[in-house]
Design a protein around this ligand. Structure first.
Ligand code: GLC
Length: 530
């Protein structure tokens, strides 16, 4: 049986506001994405995931949805979406949407109705509670963006719960009517032909029925962000969320004929908890996002332990890997340019589905945003802690023309200062650019099943070297990564003594050795052993 596309292919995350503007307003849009489909198909990815484009007051840049079945005029029209989908499919690209089920905008008609009176039939679609006897919030739950997660409503004299901004009211997923309405939203998009969803904050969706206080976090340090004062024991990851994830999966599976629809869950949890989201009695999401590489120390032994631990925990679930996204610092900012190349090789050669964040293929780094240009509510609410997400959401640099070809208007966030040299058109011409490396890696991955669906086995290595074997049928490959800036060596296993290099992250011929692989500073290599 051949493996499904979501196991063999690579997913590319498009942060829509920053990908390509087509109407000169300085904000990326759906027509802009359509213009760049040839680039994406040429890069060699299988699917694109597009951040939310639904009608929204943009309090949290579209993660505050006011209508789940429409397109915000800033981003285009439903016809533009249908056109984008058709054009993507014509190029063999799948399209995944960002589904935001945990909360709606406070302007969503459901919430407007819910807050209109305590007796409204939609009152119970959201989470309303009386205050404590002294009028304080119902419990100590803290918003992920800082401050109490409860907002007082002066008209109906109750608090409502919001895990994020007060403009993002949490839905009450214990209410079957909410479930039915949101499952209809999934069907609306599946019926239009979308290939799957990335599900926003899946682990947040159900809260403990007794609303017990969260325990204090013994490791809290000022500077972490206020949300970390408590452990989110009762406000997230409740057992009842799994039936909901399973219902969602059943809906996705009901569309499976011909091409499987995929569900990816955004879940920040330790590995043992994460594994439950694959489903036990009933299947849940295909890919619970594995964010471990985002925060992991860049240390060969630590990464080897992390990979082994994740692989051991999977028990049949299909793995996946992520280096960065629209919420976290970019890989080039954390690791530097030379190691960003090594990280690319790691991401694209580990066993499992990789998700690539737009711009990482250019080595795009975080862009410092002057205080007066800050847009992200995360930064505005808790400034100066380095929690803001604007630096990782800056426009894609396409070419050497005005605003790097992103917009002819005023870009909503500043471009990276190095855009005149760090842009797609220029780097596509440079044989040793990181973009060229990404293309080679993606081509190699498509050509060699060992790199996508093959088995993985870690190899003994020392110093800064992380090494593993990928194997499929008779094909055996070795990936050896030097995570440091000093030369290293790797004693090759006997079966690999005559191996041939397929690809290096560093230009020029690698020095040979007798049974010993010499790795230059910041070098990663893929070798063919059979
Ligand atoms: C997810 C999104 C993030 C958003 C939050 C609230 O974590 O990735 O961007 O702010 O959910 O919807």
């Amino acid at each position: 049986m051949t493996a499904p596309w979501w196991q063999t292919g690579v997913i590319y995350q498009i942060y829509l506001r920053s990908f390509q503007d087509s109407n000169h307003d300085g904000i990326g849009d759906l027509k802009g994405v359509a213009r760049r489909l040839d680039y994406l198909a040429g890069l060699g990815v299988e699917a694109i995931w597009i951040s939310p484009f639904y009608p929204s007051p943009i309090a949290d840049f579209g993660y505050d949805v006011a209508d789940y079945c429409g397109v915000d005029a800033r981003f285009g029209t439903l016809a533009d979406f249908d056109d984008l989908l058709a054009q993507a499919h014509a190029r063999g690209l799948k399209v995944l949407l960002d589904f935001v089920p945990n909360h709606t905008s406070d302007r969503h008609p459901w919430f407007v109705a819910s807050r209109s009176s305590r007796d409204h039939p939609k009152r119970d679609w959201y989470i309303w509670r009386d205050g404590a006897p002294d009028g304080a919030p119902p419990n100590n739950w803290i918003s992920d963006f800082g401050g109490s997660a409860w907002e007082w409503d002066a008209v109906t004299r109750q608090y409502y719960y919001h895990a994020f901004l007060k403009e993002q009211a949490d839905l009450n997923w214990r209410n079957p009517a909410v479930q039915a309405a949101m499952y209809d939203v999934m069907r609306f998009w599946f019926d239009r032909g979308v290939d799957g969803f990335r599900i926003d904050v899946l682990w947040h969706m159900v809260k403990a029925a007794d609303f017990a206080d969260n325990p204090p976090n013994p490791d809290y340090q000022p500077g972490m962000g206020e949300m970390h004062r408590v452990l989110q024991l009762h406000s997230t990851d409740q057992p009842e969320v799994h039936a909901i994830a399973a219902d969602m999966r059943a809906i996705a599976d009901s569309y499976g004929a011909g091409s499987e629809r995929v569900l990816i869950g955004e879940i920040y949890l330790p590995v043992d908890r994460l594994m439950h989201y694959y489903g036990r009695d009933r299947a849940e999401v295909h890919l619970p996002f594995n964010f471990q590489l985002v925060d992991a120390p860049w240390d060969a032994r630590a990464l080897a332990t992390l990979i082994a631990g994740y692989e051991a925990a999977l028990s049949g679930g299909w793995p996946n890997w992520v280096l960065g996204n629209h919420d976290r610092p970019r890989v080039a900012a954390k690791r530097g340019q030379a190691q960003a190349r090594v990280a690319a090789m790691l991401l694209l050669t580990l066993r499992g589905t990789p998700t690539l964040y737009y711009g990482d293929e250019l080595g795009l780094s975080d862009v410092a945003i002057p205080p007066e240009q800050v847009q992200d509510p995360r930064e505005l609410r808790e400034p100066g802690l380095g929690l803001g997400r604007d630096p990782v959401r800056t426009p894609m640099p396409w070419d050497g023309t005005e605003n790097a070809g992103f917009t002819t208007g005023r870009p909503w966030l500043p471009l990276n200062a190095d855009w005149p040299t760090r842009n797609v058109a220029r780097m596509a011409q440079e044989p040793d650019s990181i973009l060229a490396l990404y293309r080679r890696l993606l081509t190699l991955r498509r050509a060699r099943p060992a790199l996508s669906t093959g088995d993985i086995a870690l190899l003994d290595a020392e110093g800064d070297v992380l090494a593993y074997e990928r194997r499929h049928g008779g094909e055996r490959l070795i990936v050896a990564l030097n995570l440091g800036e000093r030369p290293q060596h790797l004693a090759l296993p006997d079966w690999a003594r005559d191996c041939q290099p397929l690809l290096s992250t560093v230009a020029g011929a690698a020095p040979g050795g007798d049974g010993v692989l010499l790795l230059r500073a910041d070098e990663g290599v893929i070798l063919k052993a059979d």
